[in-house]
Design a protein around this ligand. Structure first.
Ligand code: UT7
Length: 324
């Protein structure tokens, strides 16, 4: 039997940090009221990293990919599959994964993007796991990368304060023992309107509304329900109980969502990896960035059981149980 195991993690954040106070002061110049107190108490977010103009998703993704390769002790020539999860690709085409492949200076092996918004990394990791188990790849780079600042309406205080830019990556390699124990991906397209950027370019013109729009309360409720159920499903599939989980590495949207889910699963707070205070919500990058932070600071060790969870537009959600 062939399995897939995470052999390296990496992350990259653009250097410019924007604090809540700085953002509030900037928005005040446009007559929009917000405050550090509101953002912190409602979300747990204190700051976000914002890419400078001209810095693209493929640039952030390439930095994260190099860091993951370094961590795995591998070179880009070892990689035969690149999957980039993003909703903010550099171009309509080619895919961001192809741009990353070119930046890494290699050719050959499959490279493509997955689009599942904030669940994208979890969708990408499950896809790479299936490729490896089927014998179609040996070493995959799975990357979540976003320049979400480019699709935010900076005059909409209900959304623009919540997001940031960044990239996270893992190397997933064929192994004799299981690393990815189970995966459960779901979607409910009937909920497409609660979180969307419903614009496009047609005949050279932007059509529809290209900015991110969200019904925050509807997303909040669905996220808590879906991720609680999904955690049970993925654990049942792997034959492990929730209390055997060492680390919960969830999508980083709102500390109140994470605490709700943690309480429902009876998971102690210390098992929760939280980066949203520093990174805000980086969509597809949030799970691999959080994984990388906790892996590098020594919390997540070889042999630990980690539950990765994504949730977002589509509506999409998913869980992956990983033996590190
Ligand atoms: O990555 C995809 C997943 N996304 C999520 O998981 C997001 C899920 N949703 C949430 O995290 C929360 O619903 C939000 C953080 C988006 C909003 O928090 P909330 O507690 O649901 O607030 P609310 O939407 O009920 O708004 C409460 C009040 C409103 O004012 P009124 O109508 O009560 O007078 C809003 O207009 O807060 C106001 N408000 C703000 N005030 C200051 C909304 N945004 C802001 C703001 N600053 N930035």
């Amino acid at each position: 039997m062939r399995y897939a195991k995470i052999t390296g993690t990496g992350g990259y954040l653009p250097p410019r940090i924007v604090s809540n106070d700085e953002l509030a002061a900037d928005m005040a110049t446009r007559g929009i009221e917000t405050s550090d107190a509101w953002i912190t108490s409602r979300t747990g977010i204190r700051q976000r990293h914002i890419a400078d103009p001209g810095v693209t998703t493929s640039t952030l993704a390439t930095h994260a990919a190099r860091a993951a390769l370094d961590n795995a002790g591998m070179s880009a020539t070892d990689i035969d599959l690149i999957i980039v999860a993003t909703s903010t690709p550099d171009f309509i085409f080619p895919s961001t994964a192809c741009l990353v492949q070119a930046n890494l200076g290699v050719a050959g092996g499959a490279a493509f993007d997955v689009q599942a918004v904030c669940s994208g990394f979890v969708y990408g990791l499950a896809t790479a796991d299936a490729f490896i188990q089927a014998g179609r790849a040996r070493h995959a780079l799975v990357i979540g990368a976003e320049v979400f600042s480019g699709i935010l309406d900076w005059n909409d205080r209900r959304t623009c304060v919540l997001f940031g830019d960044g990239a996270g990556a893992v190397v997933l390699s064929a192994a004799d023992e299981p690393g990815i124990l189970s995966a459960k991906l779901d979607a409910d397209g009937s909920q497409m309107n609660i979180l969307c950027a419903a614009g496009n370019v047609v005949r050279g013109q932007v059509t529809g509304d290209p900015f991110l729009r969200m019904d925050g309360q509807a997303v909040f409720k669905l996220a808590v329900q879906a991720l609680t159920r999904s955690a049970h499903e993925v654990c049942d599939e792997a034959g492990v109980s929730i209390d055997q989980i060492d680390w919960m590495v969830p999508h980083q949207a709102n500390i109140r969502i994470l605490n709700f889910i943690g309480r429902r699963l009876h998971l102690p707070e210390e098992k929760l990896v939280v980066t949203l205070d520093k990174h805000a919500n980086t969509s597809a990058a949030s799970v691999p960035l959080a994984l990388d932070v906790a892996h590098r600071d020594g919390r997540i060790k070889a042999g630990d059981l980690a539950l990765l969870q994504g949730v977002g537009g589509g509506f999409t959600w998913g869980s992956i149980l990983v033996r590190m």
